[in-house]
Design a protein around this ligand. Sequence first.
Ligand SMILES: *[C@@H]1O[C@H](CO)[C@@H](O)[C@H](O)[C@H]1NC(C)=O
Ligand SMILES: *[C@@H]1O[C@H](CO)[C@@H](O)[C@H](O)[C@H]1NC(C)=O
Ligand SMILES: *[C@@H]1O[C@H](CO)[C@@H](O)[C@H](O)[C@H]1NC(C)=O
Ligand SMILES: *[C@@H]1O[C@H](CO)[C@@H](O)[C@H](O)[C@H]1NC(C)=O
Ligand SMILES: *[C@@H]1O[C@H](CO)[C@@H](O)[C@H](O)[C@H]1NC(C)=O
Ligand SMILES: [Fe+2]
Length: 407
Amino acid sequence: FKVHITQGDQLGKAVIVSWVTVEEPGSNTVLYWSAYSKKQKSEGKVTTYKFYNYTSGYIHHTTIRNLKFNTKYYYVVGIGHTERQFWFITPPEVGPDVPYTFGLIGDLGQSFDSNKTLTHYELNPQKGQAVLFVGDLSYADNYPNHDNVRWDTWGRFTERSVAYQPWIWTAGNHEIDFAPEIGETKPFKPYTHRYHVPYKASGSTAPFWYSIKRASAYIIVLSSYSAYGKYTPQYQWLEQELPKVNRSETPWLIVLMHSPWYNSYNYHYMEGETMRVMYEPWFVKYKVDVVFAGHVHAYERSERISNVAYNIVNGICIPVKDQSAPVYITIGDGGNLEGLATNMTEPQPAYSAYREASFGHATFDIKNRTHAYYGWHRNQDGYAVTADSMWFFNRYHHPVDDSTSAQ
Ligand SMILES: *[C@@H]1O[C@H](CO)[C@@H](O)[C@H](O)[C@H]1NC(C)=O
Ligand SMILES: *[C@@H]1O[C@H](CO)[C@@H](O)[C@H](O)[C@H]1NC(C)=O
Ligand SMILES: *[C@@H]1O[C@H](CO)[C@@H](O)[C@H](O)[C@H]1NC(C)=O
Ligand SMILES: *[C@@H]1O[C@H](CO)[C@@H](O)[C@H](O)[C@H]1NC(C)=O
Ligand SMILES: *[C@@H]1O[C@H](CO)[C@@H](O)[C@H](O)[C@H]1NC(C)=O
Ligand SMILES: [Fe+2]
């Protein structure tokens, strides 16, 4: 019996509540209310899946709609003696100067270090209001036959946060669960049964790429493990999506993906390269503020750089400083069992502003349309300490050089 929530529409007036019951399907009803409204009910659906010799519990997904902005709601799932109550706070209405604080967690897993990362996030005085999760959730696929019990235990472990605030999901390679040797040939089966996202609300045709607006941010989630070449559904969607972003309404344009484009560790080196070649010119054209990725189990922050001049024959293939380009941040240091990525390419490339192999999480604290304060928090430090930080100046409203080094 484990509960999680995520945003359920494009604007933040809906919430998807998901929970698993083990013995019997029970009810799909969520009962919810606020201090200003009477108790209401919302009805959802139940699903199950099998994976090799594992059979899931009853997985319920219910979307609550037409919520009021900036309001605390209580909700109850289950029936009779298994009833449980939680709460969440809806985001403020979308607008250009609405402050909002996002947490950033990636590659979490369920080790001692994972628990430390989550605890540090919860106790961080910056008080994250929603988590942008950059992929690799349970690491069930590291166990024999992708032991799907690990998906259940991960749900139980993360519930203490994700039942109370939405986590915005990105799919990583550990969500693929492609295992033909045991007859499992449908990619993303456990992930798509357990974690629903509001992809249809942004015109997407698959749950792996989608967008939401939340407060003053426009968040685009991409899939490193779905086709992204020209003419593919993801390509076509992103091509139509970027011009829709209205920076007067949502100044902050944030992109999430799993596999980083700029990574100077000797792990997963260049894995993001083909996607970078396809999409980077758009990120520069549309002035994306920041790109968060995971995958590499360490931390890295880039300067604002781009590498879009190369045309196969001109040889111009070195990243250059570019004030229209995003900052790229790798935050794959959630603490899973695979351990830290410590082996870095030497020397540190000029585009890499800061890199360190320590577990932790980050926060992106939007103050208004021009300023956001970003901080990386290591697990070995106190809850309020930032080991790396930066004031972000918005690329649309305040495109002043915000680099942290003198290079
Ligand atoms: C699934 O199979 C594995 C070995 O093939 C076994 O160890 C495990 O107990 C089985 N699990 C269930 C739920 O039957
Ligand atoms: C995880 O952290 C919580 C709170 O910080 C603590 O109460 C709990 O005992 C920890 N769990 C494990 C398995 O270490
Ligand atoms: C962009 O958003 C602003 C502020 O909400 C609004 O006034 C304007 O009409 C929008 N522009 C477009 C093209 O929708
Ligand atoms: C670090 O990675 C490089 C490149 O893969 C490899 O040649 C080297 O042996 C590695 N160093 C260590 C200490 O593992
Ligand atoms: C935006 O926030 C920054 C940082 O808190 C502050 O210095 C600046 O004055 C704010 N801008 C406006 C217009 O309030
Ligand atoms: Fe990964």
